[in-house]
Design a protein around this ligand. Structure first.
Ligand code: FES
Length: 520
């Protein structure tokens, strides 16, 4: 990676964010009344707010930081209802009717994106491409064949292939025609511009911390100001308000990585992902006059891998071997939530809450799932029901989720106990910590996370997660303290990067807690 040292040694930056303007919506500074409070300024929240405003409702969209800066700004942005190998599993676990509902909802989501792009003439590099899931493993060849059969049974235009148009030898692949790719921020910024006005708002730097339920709900923000609304939709990545829905026990967080490169060899178009691990995801993207290649993958559970830079290196080595690499332009990572049965939770937060909704757990397939969630919740609010709601019902029970419930929570318990008990990798002398590095330090029987910045200043924080008390792990690529239990992430000075936690870590170091930490 000699020629690409700078990209790999500097702060990871998403191509989508770097190639678009910043947003500057004002924070909420007084209590307001609207019809619907939408919490979370990603694809789900923006699409929903836009749809609701079009239907004549007054909406307040509130975002803890800046809109389209989370998962929607760090995606690979494939608009596809090909969600790896899913339809055979859906038919087996849920039955054909529900599998059909999942497919139709996502197809509808994909169609809605295309419709908005055409209606508003949004220049967002929208391009129709086929999507492939391929395998290089004999163990997955039959599964690919089963997926083709299942997809065809649902009416999907799916084809079984023995090879794919890029230089990867495969055992088998499934191809879906007529899928698409785009630039997600160009699209969502255009949609967001349509939201404010006529009694609707976007508020940034406005973190919701609680909801007081009632016929008119109160969404309470960190500065004490409230949004009063007859309906509330929680479109935050992880629900900031649980309402005894036990979302913390029913989802887990997964990190994945992407690099954008100028390739030496031509890329023949299409979007690709493999069925096995390590995950490799591919697509092209227009960047000025050039086509660049986005290579993603290397998924792992959040907070369970300290050497996060290795994942970028693995993607680079794969890209170099497969296409040749002239230059690495960008690298970034993202975090996604996965539910117990791989289907998002979309609908009433629990059966008790008739006017509080949630949309979460899109796995790696946020473009169509989030748009589908917006359509479903908009219909539930304005018509009382959606034709797609059943399969996504957050209160559902599926037999396949029982085993995963046990595994996920055993893993959380193990992470919790391991963090409390394990004495490994602890240093007792902060002077041993090099610039740009972090260690866990023990003083008077208590563990601290210590990071020394490039100026030599030491930041010491309590590494007990402020959500539910798990011990945090250092993420060397992003320079954050990450929680293995439910995916909260904190800057090295203790500020929250992403929830469910919203309370900062206690800072004991010489570094100024108010200084904006240069988070990677
Ligand atoms: Fe739940 Fe850290 S995110 S304990």
């Amino acid at each position: 990676m000699e020629n690409n040292k700078n990209v790999f040694e500097s702060k990871p930056v998403s191509y989508w964010i770097d190639s678009t303007k910043n947003t500057y919506y004002e924070p909420l500074d007084s209590d307001i009344n609207v019809d619907v409070a939408v919490v979370g300024g990603g694809m789900a929240g923006i699409t929903l707010s836009y749809l609701l405003k079009k239907r004549g409702l007054k909406v307040a969209l509130i975002e803890a930081e800046r809109i389209i800066n989370g998962a929607s700004g760090h995606t690979t942005a494939k608009i596809t209802y090909q969600h790896n190998l899913i339809y055979d599993k859906l038919i087996r676990d849920f039955g054909k009717e529900k599998a059909l509902q999942y497919f139709k909802a996502n197809k509808y989501g994909a169609g809605l994106i295309e419709k908005f792009i055409k209606e508003m003439n949004i220049e967002c590099d929208y391009l129709k491409e086929p999507a492939y899931v391929y395998t290089q493993s004999d163990n997955y060849a039959d599964k690919v064949e089963d997926e083709v059969k299942a997809a065809k049974e649902l009416g999907i235009d799916a084809k079984y292939c023995k090879d794919i148009p890029i230089p990867i030898d495969v055992k088998a692949a499934v191809k879906f025609e007529n899928q698409a790719q785009f630039h997600p921020r160009k699209y969502l910024l255009a949609l967001a511009e349509k939201i404010p006005g006529d009694g609707s708002f976007i508020f940034e730097n406005t973190r919701a911390v609680d909801i007081k339920e009632g016929d008119v709900c109160e969404v309470i923000t960190q500065n004490g100001k409230k949004v009063l609304a007859s309906n509330v939709v929680i479109d935050t990545h992880f629900p900031f308000f649980d309402g005894k829905g036990f979302y913390f026990a029913r989802m887990y967080a997964e990190k994945s990585y992407a690099i954008a490169v100028e390739a030496e060899h031509e890329f023949n178009g299409g979007m690709y992902i493999n069925a096995e691990t390590p995950v490799r995801s591919l697509r092209s993207q227009k960047c000025g006059d050039e086509d660049i290649l986005i290579v993603g993958g290397e998924n792992h559970k959040t907070g369970q891998d300290k050497h996060t830079n290795t994942h970028y290196e693995n993607l680079f080595n794969f890209a170099k071997k497969t296409f040749g690499v002239k230059n690495v332009l960008y690298r970034w990572s993202t975090q996604d939530y996965v539910t117990l049965d791989d289907i998002p939770y979309i609908g009433h937060l629990t059966s008790k809450f008739k006017n509080i909704y949630v949309a979460t757990g899109f796995k790696k397939w946020g473009m169509t799932n989030s748009t589908a969630s917006a359509a479903i919740i908009a219909d539930m609010i304005t018509n009382g029901k959606s034709e797609y709601e059943d399969v996504f019902n957050p209160s559902r029970y599926t037999p396949s989720s029982t085993g995963r419930l046990f595994t996920v929570n055993m893993s959380v318990a193990k992470d919790y106990i391991k963090g409390k008990m394990e004495p490994a990798d602890i240093v007792n002398n902060e002077s041993k910590i090099k610039k740009g590095e972090a260690e866990i330090v023990e003083k008077n029987g208590k563990k601290y996370g210590a990071y020394r910045d490039i100026d030599g200043k030491l930041y010491e924080v309590d590494i007990t997660c402020t959500h539910m008390g798990c011990e945090l792990s250092w993420n060397e690529a992003e320079k954050t303290w990450d929680c293995p239990c439910h995916g909260s992430r904190f800057k090295y000075n203790g500020e929250v990067v992403e929830g469910p936690a919203f309370i900062p870590l206690k800072n004991y170091g010489e570094g100024d807690n108010n200084k904006d930490a240069n988070v990677f």
